[in-house]
Design a protein around this ligand. Structure first.
Ligand SMILES: *Cc1c(COP(=O)(O)O)cnc(C)c1O
Length: 380
């Protein structure tokens, strides 16, 4: 795919660049799809600007590859997506906000009804129009976020007076512990979902997020809803990551300097030079999604960047707009002013950084700021 650059200014004026590989996203989608039987559909979750990769471009690439069902979190994301993909099926995971059904109908968007109240509101709309307007129903099998209780679902779906012409287009639930395959919760949720939905075989079912796809065919049902794995993230914490990285962040070196042994680096003076150091200051900070927790102190190592294959540990606190890297062991010719350092990407897995930052790679991807030059091109 040729490079597309989304920016208003000359490249040299950006502190860093974010490269997104749409072919890699498509290839990850195909890899997951390849694990499914022919009767299971592979949807794509595009919430939070497609996990930071850009909703419009990612949606277009996946649609072209054959993906027809998309999930976003909120109605505003759905309206944007509808404008770019007239033919897609679009579900809103956060469900039906009060009094908004007309927007869903006008734009042919489907709420994932997450409570009995939402279901009743939608059913009233269907009765008033005499139509079965498509919507999913969410049943809570243990995560205790959204969803009708299994008892509420059973009662509602058995009652024509409640539903009127409405028949759900999908019944779904969400795993709490999919990233930990051995967790009891997975089997318990699977069992409860299977039992709760058994009396309604005419309604397609969906349980699996990315982790659920990798947990195996028992979890697949009629439709799977991967998010993080499409974007190269680590869905199952205990296994090697089978997905391709899709994003790379590179930040520009502003200055390389010497720090005498015993001096401290950065805000709070929490990191002391234990030997004479060379450090490089790069133009990316927590305002660009470089999560502040990944900084280092004398008591705790931080994340790292990568320069020409050399690991450059983060020194001291991450600031809003800059990060200081230890480049003492990096050859001088790689350290020119203006040169790029990889801060996240094929050589610096978001899941590795996330371990230093005490978070998950989802947070890295969705935090990537809007201040970098954004390039759509293959990652090399
Ligand atoms: C975010 C989300 C997904 C996708 O989850 P991943 O772990 O990113 O694959 C699927 N289903 C629901 C209900 C979600 O909220």
């Amino acid at each position: 795919m040729p490079a597309t650059i989304e920016q208003a200014f000359p490249s040299d004026l950006y502190g860093g660049r974010l490269t997104i590989d749409l072919d890699a996203i498509v290839s990850n989608w195909s890899l997951l799809k390849g694990k499914l039987s022919d009767s299971t559909d592979c949807a794509a979750v595009l919430k939070a600007d497609a996990y930071g990769t850009g909703q419009d471009k990612t949606a277009a690439a996946l649609y072209q590859a054959g993906c027809r069902t998309f999930f976003v979190a909120v109605p505003t994301e759905a309206l944007t997506l509808r404008a770019s993909l007239p033919g897609a099926v679009i579900y809103v995971l956060d469900g039906l906000f009060p009094g908004t059904a007309n927007h869903f109908l006008t734009h042919d968007i489907r709420p994932v009804l997450g409570s009995l109240e939402e279901l009743l509101e939608w059913a009233e709309v269907c009765k008033a129009s005499g139509k079965n307007n498509a919507a999913a129903v969410h049943v809570d099998t243990g995560i205790h976020r959204l969803g009708l209780s299994p008892a509420e679902l059973t009662r509602a779906l058995d009652d024509n007076a409640v539903l009127g012409p409405f028949q759900p287009s999908l019944v779904m639930s969400h795993l709490a512990c999919g990233s930990t395959p051995d967790h009891d919760m997975n089997r318990r949720q699977l069992k409860l979902f299977t039992e709760t939905t058994a009396p309604f075989p005419h309604i397609p079912r969906s349980l699996a997020n990315s982790a659920g796809v990798l947990l195996g065919p028992d979890y697949h049902f009629d439709l799977v809803r991967p998010g993080i794995a499409l974007y190269g993230g680590l869905a199952i914490e205990t296994e090697p990551n089978p997905m391709k990285p899709v994003a790379k962040v590179e930040a520009r070196i502003m200055i390389v300097r010497d720090v005498p042994q015993g001096d401290t680096i950065g805000y709070g003076a929490k990191q002391t030079a234990k030997r004479p150091l060379r450090n490089a200051v790069v133009a990316a900070g927590y305002a660009d999604g470089m999560i502040r927790r990944a900084g280092s102190t004398d008591d705790r190592p931080g994340g790292f960047g990568l320069i020409g294959g050399y690991k450059a540990p983060i020194l001291g606190r991450i600031s809003m707009d800059m990060i200081t890297l230890d480049v003492t062991d990096v050859p001088e010719h790689l350290l020119q002013r203006g040169a790029f350092v990889e801060m996240l990407g094929p050589g610096v897995a978001a899941s590795d950084l996330a371990a230093y930052a005490e978070t998950i790679d989802y947070e890295y991807l969705t935090s990537l700021g809007r201040r970098f030059e954004r390039i759509y091109a293959p990652l090399t």
